[in-house]
Design a protein around this ligand. Structure first.
Ligand code: GLU
Length: 470
């Protein structure tokens, strides 16, 4: 059977990078292949009592580390090839940012915009039961999370189903991440991917060696961007880019069309308008464009595809005007399109690096659930007391008192959110520096090849150290 375009595209990226590796072909083949897939079809009752058969998948790409990890996608386009390709991206993404998991992905073939809440719950619970039956879920086995079309509500149903079937209560919470806070989720997970994308773009914008060749002034402030998709990832990316980064939101694309204004638009006003009217159309602050794909070709500095794969292809690559493409989604640029873009000197910040913030904070959530205690609980008071002592000693030495507002700022206790987001920032900054240094050291032509190669080397090393290969 011919493989899907997306699968082929990921394979091309892998091959291009693997050529630079010194590992033997057999090891590289083991790093490339998907270790296990589970395709299922099960009946779910519709609201009117009729039965619909739903097709779904789970792919566990790499067992070099356990558990495997990756989101569950609800989309009418889900298929086995797509699930496998996305699972492989998870393996490489985790290896790149030092999250000690293998990659996995799940897909349920339903249209998230067309199903009722009741059907959504029944399908989620039945899918979970299928995973449990085949041992495709568990804190040390495979840990799902949200992806396109799912969120914390679905993750809550998954935990509940696990709890009710056959897992012991203590382990259950670490079986899935992206849970609601009230079900032992972690503060900061909702915005983690978008915030990570922002940190990644900010790092690139702050690097003169990346901006100068593009003819751009270093710094994010004042740069125009277009975001495709106002889901969690797109929304939070745009929010942090405008509020913290002082970038200008010039364009937004969603299912029904797009909005553009070269001088910038107010993100919250757009979201409010869309909630009220169900569409971007009629928003007073920008021009409505009915062709949602056309906006990708509008003038801007940074294009942020934050929806699905395969958005930039050979059909539109030569008309993209952005100087930077920031891959907030998984796989938005096809490999043949990338060739065109690289020849045109467009800077591509690859998904493996850029959207790794989500799984990074999922890792923190998993650790919290394994430990059974939140990160701030054990340290917050101790830190406060230590800081009080330090301030006291400094005041004694200098003979002056620290102004009250300054003292309370220094003394502020870190809560879970502060700790999680600081660790996320640290992870993204370190990954960026590592990636740039690695690209330089291994003399590879672009950041995507560097990301894939870095990940391939890590996973291959791990297989060899396990003694699986000589
Ligand atoms: N679905 C997200 C991704 O593609 C997050 C996965 C996770 O947190 O496990 O990276």
């Amino acid at each position: 059977m011919p493989r899907s375009r997306f699968y082929q595209s990921v394979s091309q990226y892998f091959k291009k990078a693997a050529r630079h590796s010194t590992h033997p072909a057999g090891v590289l083949e083991q790093v490339r292949v998907c270790n296990a897939t589970y395709r299922m079809q099960f009946p779910v009752r519709e609201d009117d009592g009729t039965v619909r058969v739903v097709e779904a998948f789970r792919a566990e790409h790499s067992y070099h580390r356990l558990p495997t990890k990756g989101g569950i996608r609800f989309s009418k386009h889900v298929n086995l090839d797509e699930t496998v390709a996305l699972a492989s991206l998870m393996t490489y993404k985790c290896a790149l940012v030092g999250v000690p998991f293998g990659g996995a992905k799940g897909g349920v073939r339903v249209d998230p915009a067309q199903i009722s809440d009741g059907f959504r719950e029944r399908v989620t619970r039945r899918y979970t039961a299928e995973l449990i039956r085949k041992n495709f879920i568990g804190p040390d086995i495979d840990v799902p999370a949200p992806d396109y079309g799912t969120g914390e509500r679905e993750m809550g149903w998954i935990v509940d189903t696990c709890k009710n079937i056959n897992m012991n209560a203590a382990a259950t919470y670490a079986s899935v991440t992206g849970k609601p806070l009230s079900m032992q989720g972690i503060a900061g997970r909702t915005e983690a991917t978008g915030l990570g994308v922002y940190y990644g773009i900010r790092s690139a914008c702050d690097a003169p060696e990346l901006m100068n060749p593009l003819g751009l002034i270093p710094g994010m402030a004042g740069k125009r961007f277009i975001v495709q998709g106002l889901g969690k990832v797109g929304y939070y990316t745009a929010k942090f880019m405008t509020e913290d980064g002082k970038a200008i939101l010039a364009g937004v694309a969603e299912r029904e069309g797009a909005l553009y204004h070269k001088d910038g638009m107010d993100l919250e006003a757009i979201v409010k308008h869309r909630q009220k009217t169900g569409s971007l159309e009629g928003f007073p602050g920008g021009e409505f464009i009915a062709d949602r794909m056309a906006i990708l070709e509008y003038p801007c500095d940074i294009l942020v595809p934050a929806a699905l794969e395969g958005q930039i292809t050979t059909a539109n690559a030569d008309r993209i005007q952005a100087k930077i493409i920031a891959e907030a989604a998984n796989g938005p640029v096809e490999s043949d399109a990338e060739k065109i873009l690289l020849a045109r000197k467009v800077l591509i910040l690859p998904d493996l690096f850029l959207n790794a913030g989500g799984v990074t904070v999922s890792y923190f959530e998993w650790l919290k659930n394994r430990a059974g205690v939140s990160f701030d609980r054990m340290t917050a008071r101790h830190e406060e007391l230590t800081k009080q002592q330090m301030i006291g000693a400094m005041e004694q030495l200098s003979g002056t008192r620290l102004p009250a507002d300054e003292a309370s700022r220094v003394l502020a206790r870190p809560n879970e959110r502060t700790l999680v987001l600081a660790a996320l920032e640290q992870t993204m900054l370190r990954a960026f520096d590592t990636l740039c240094a690695f690209q330089h050291e291994r003399k590879v032509e672009d950041l995507r090849t560097a990301s894939f190669l870095f990940a391939i080397e890590r996973v291959a090393d791990s297989y060899r150290h396990h003694g699986i290969f000589p």
